[in-house]
Design a protein around this ligand. Structure first.
Ligand code: XLS
Ligand code: NI
Ligand code: NI
Length: 430
C-alpha cells in the first residue's frame, strides 16, 4: 500500500440523506436495471493519462500537480501503477484504459521503450488478477513526442510511419496480453496544420493503409476485442481526418473496413465538431458502427477540448438514451476521459471528481432507461413516421408520383413537430 490516498477507504453507496462526500448517492453497482447490474450496464473506466500522467499544464503555464511518481525512471512508473490500482479499488471502477506513454517512460530507442512497456504490463497483469479490474482498451500515444509532430500514419516521412506501425503493434500485443476488450486509435496528429505543405490524397491513403494493416494484425494474433476509431475534428492539429462519425464512416467504406472498425465517441469531441453528443451516438448507431464512449463534458465557451468531468444529468441522460437505443454496450463502456482542473491539487479531488461523474452517469442512465421503458419518445417518433409504414412511395418513379400529385384538389398541409412537448416529457425524467 502507498500512502497517497491514506485515510480513504473503498467507497460505498449511501442514500441521499447522508451528507458524507466519500460515498455514492446515485451509483449502486449492484442495483438491478432491466435484469442487469448497474456496473455491467455502465462499465466505468478510469483514464490512466488524465488521472496519473497529466501534470496540470495549460497553454500559459506548466505543472501544478506534485505527485510522488512524477519522474523519468521505472521506479516512478511502478509507484504510479500501485497508486492507480489503489484508486480503482477505492472507486470500484471495473475497468481502466491506458496509452503506452502513460505507463512507462520513453526509452533511448524503440526496443527499450517496448521492454519497459512489457515490464509494466506484467505488473498490470498481476494487479488485475489480484483485484479483478479489467482493461477496457489500450492505445498508443502517437501524438506527444516531437517525432509525431507532422503525423504518425499520415507523416510525410515513411520512417515515422514505420515507427508508428511498430508502436501500434506493441500496444496491440500489450492489450491482447491483458485481455483488453477494445483497441482504440485516436489520431491527434493525423491531419494538417496548413494545406500549403500538405498532400491530402497521399495522407488519406497512408491512413487507409495503416488502418487496414491494424485490422489484418488483429486477425493474425486472434485479438477478440473491437478496433475503435475516436473521431475529433481538430486540436492538436488544425484539421483532423477523423472529423466526426459521418466522416469516419465514409473513410471506413472507402477502405472496406465498415464491418471491422467501430467508433469510440467522446462528448467534448462531438461539441468541437459542432454536434451534440447524442447526435454522434445516434449517427453511429444508425450506421452500425457504435462501439464505446469517452465520457466527459466540454466547456461551451472555450472552444477547446476541456475534458471536464460530466455534471449535467440531462445531457448524460440524452446520451445514454442513444446508447440504450443502440442496444447498450457490448465490448464498449464508459471511460472517463476527464481530468481535474489544474487548481484541484489534492488526492481527494482525484477521487471525488470520479464519484461525482459516476453519480451523474448513474442518474442519467436511470432516466434514460425509464424514458425508453415508458416509450413516450419512441411512440411519438413512430407516430410521426406512421405514413411511411407499408408505403411503397420511395420505390415509385417520379412520373407516377407526379400524376397523382397533379390530381390533388388541395396540397398536403404541415403537421406539428411537437418539440416543446417532447422537451417537457424529457424534463419529467431528468
Ligand atoms: C484526446 C483524446 C484521447 C483519446 C485517447 O482528445 O480524447 O484522450 O481518448 O488517445
Ligand atoms: Ni479528447
Ligand atoms: Ni478520448
Amino acid at each position: 500500500m502507498t500512502d497517497f490516498f491514506k485515510g480513504i477507504s473503498k467507497l460505498k453507496f449511501a442514500d441521499l440523506e447522508t451528507d458524507d462526500e466519500f460515498c455514492f448517492h446515485h451509483y449502486d453497482a449492484d442495483e438491478m436495471v432491466a435484469g442487469k447490474r448497474m456496473e455491467d450496464h455502465l462499465r466505468f473506466s478510469v483514464a490512466y493519462w488524465h488521472s496519473f500522467a497529466w501534470p496540470g499544464g495549460d497553454p500559459f503555464g506548466g505543472q501544478t500537480f506534485e505527485r510522488p511518481w512524477f519522474s523519468d525512471d521505472m521506479a516512478g512508473a511502478r509507484l504510479k501503477a500501485d497508486v492507480a490500482f489503489e484508486m480503482f479499488e477505492i472507486l470500484g471502477t471495473p475497468y481502466f484504459c491506458f496509452h503506452d506513454a502513460d505507463v512507462r517512460p520513453e526509452g533511448s530507442n524503440f526496443a527499450e521503450s517496448e521492454d519497459r512497456l512489457k515490464e509494466i504490463t506484467d505488473i498490470f497483469a498481476a494487479k488485475m488478477e489480484a483485484t479483478g479490474v479489467k482493461l477496457l482498451w489500450g492505445t498508443a500515444n502517437l501524438f506527444s513526442n516531437r517525432r509525431f509532430m507532422s503525423g504518425a500514419a499520415t507523416n510525410p516521412d515513411p520512417d515515422i510511419y514505420a515507427y508508428s506501425a511498430a508502436t501500434v503493434k506493441s500496444c496491440m500485443d500489450a492489450t491482447k496480453a491483458l485481455g483488453g476488450e477494445n483497441y482504440v486509435l485516436w489520431g491527434g496528429r493525423e491531419g494538417y496544420e496548413t494545406l500549403l505543405n500538405t498532400d491530402l490524397a497521399q495522407e488519406r491513403a497512408q491512413a487507409g493503409a495503416f488502418l487496414s494493416r491494424v485490422v489484418e494484425y488483429k486477425h493474425k494474433i486472434g485479438f477478440k476485442g473491437a478496433i475503435l476509431i475516436e473521431p475529433k475534428p481538430q486540436e492538436p492539429t488544425k484539421h483532423q481526418y477523423d472529423y466526426d462519425v459521418a466522416t469516419v464512416y465514409g473513410f471506413l467504406k472507402e477502405y472496406g473496413l465498415e464491418k471491422e472498425v467501430q467508433v469510440n465517441l467522446e462528448q467534448g469531441h462531438a461539441i468541437l465538431a459542432g454536434h451534440s453528443f447524442e447526435h454522434e451516438l445516434a449517427m453511429a448507431s444508425a450506421l452500425g458502427i457504435f462501439g464505446s464512449i469517452d465520457m466527459n463534458r466540454n466547456d461551451y465557451q472555450s472552444g477547446w477540448d476541456t475534458d471536464q468531468f460530466p455534471d449535467n444529468p440531462r445531457e448524460v441522460a440524452l446520451a445514454y438514451y442513444e446508447v440504450l437505443r443502440a442496444g447498450g454496450f457490448t465490448t464498449g463502456g464508459t471511460n472517463f476521459d476527464a481530468k481535474l482542473r489544474r487548481q484541484s491539487l489534492d488526492p481527494e479531488d482525484l477521487i471525488l471528481s470520479h464519484v461525482g461523474a459516476m453519480d451523474v452517469c448513474a442518474r442519467g442512465f436511470k432516466a434514460a432507461h425509464a424514458m425508453l421503458e415508458d416509450g413516450g419518445l419512441e411512440n411519438a417518433r413512430s407516430a410521426r413516421y406512421a405514413g411511411w409504414h407499408g408505403n411503397d412511395l420511395a420505390s415509385r418513379d417520379l412520373g407516377s408520383i407526379h400524376s397523382e400529385v397533379r390530381g390533388q384538389a388541395v396540397p398536403p398541409g404541415p403537421k406539428s413537430g411537437r418539440q416543446e412537448r417532447l422537451e417537457n416529457y424529457v424534463s419529467r425524467f431528468t
